[in-house]
Ligand binder design. Structure first.
Ligand code: CU
Length: 295
């Protein structure tokens, strides 16, 4: 009995901790206080939410955990009731066969109906709206191509001309041209290719995800975004950042022995600072004269 008691207390403490972590306010308080957030604010619960849509996802996680808590307590009480009600005692044999009763059937149907509402009423419509309703040109979205490879993230921006340069695997050079931009295409002259995801806040971003080799998964925990990167496909995901700061992009799919190292920084700028970054990053590299290296 003592072991049983200890196990139950640990289970209850574990459940209580889970509920705290799944409650959005618990994790977000830290990030909200500062106005801008960073990796240092991740804390122990859900990571800070810096996206426009993340609140809805956190709320659904919270609802599901509270629902599971109610089921846990309800089934626990029912379990103890059965142990007492159907036990062997003086004058009564233990009852081992199932007892058929109307309330039990109604309860089972109720749980199925509730889960159907969660799936059909919430999950599928939310998923559908996130995947299908991409921002239109009127929303002025920023498009970034994300090209995964073992074990790096490459981010490709169209540059000030707004046009992506053609790419072709025959031009790939790991050191100087990791995504194979065609040097003969003038649209690619001002393109930016970098290992650091720079984005403006308060503007929709569409990331087009692809991969050079195996299946990876583009994951930004603070943006509540995750999408598989599949060779041969360019899959869009979109979001809007709400806070400045520096965070992490990770790979969420075991993609090889250095998978754990597949991280990239994500820097969220105010719109003006982002425009400055684009200007600087797309400027042609400075040519040096031999004189520059003389003493
Ligand atoms: Cu990966």
């Amino acid at each position: 009995m003592r072991i049983c008691g200890r196990t139950s207390i640990s289970a209850l403490a574990g459940m209580a901790l889970l509920f705290c972590l799944a409650t959005p306010g618990f994790a977000q308080g830290i990030a909200d206080a500062s106005g801008s957030a960073s990796v240092a604010d991740y804390g122990y619960g859900l990571p800070p939410d810096v996206s426009a849509h993340g609140h809805g996802i956190d709320q659904l996680i919270s609802i599901l955990h509270w629902f599971m808590a109610a089921l846990f307590v309800g089934w626990g009480i029912f379990f103890v009731y059965c142990l007492i009600r159907f036990r062997q005692r003086a004058g009564h044999a233990a009852v081992a066969h199932p007892v058929k009763a109307k309330p039990a059937k109604a309860l089972e149907i109720g749980v199925i109906a509730f889960e159907a509402v969660l799936l059909l009423g919430f999950s599928i419509p939310i998923w559908g709206s996130v995947k299908n309703d991409l921002p239109t040109e009127a929303d002025d979205p920023l498009r970034v191509r994300v090209i995964a490879e073992q074990f790096n993230w490459n981010f490709h921006y169209a540059g000030p001309d707004g046009a992506f340069g053609r790419t072709n695997p025959e031009f790939i050079s790991e050191a100087t041209n990791p995504i194979g931009i065609d040097p003969g295409d003038s649209a690619g002259a001002d393109d930016i290719v970098t290992g650091e995801l720079n984005l403006p806040i308060e503007r929709p971003v569409i990331c087009e995800i692809s991969s050079k080799d195996v299946i990876h998964s583009f994951s930004i925990p603070v943006m509540r975004i995750k999408q598989d990167a599949i060779p041969g496909m360019r899959i869009p995901v979109w979001f809007e950042a709400r806070k400045t700061g520096t965070f992490q992009v990770a790979c969420a799919q075991l993609c090889g022995n250095n998978h754990y190292k597949m991280l990239a920084p994500m820097v969220l700028h105010l719109p003006e600072a982002f425009a400055d970054w684009v200007r600087e990053a797309s400027a042609p590299a400075e040519e040096f004269d031999e004189d520059d290296f003389e003493d």
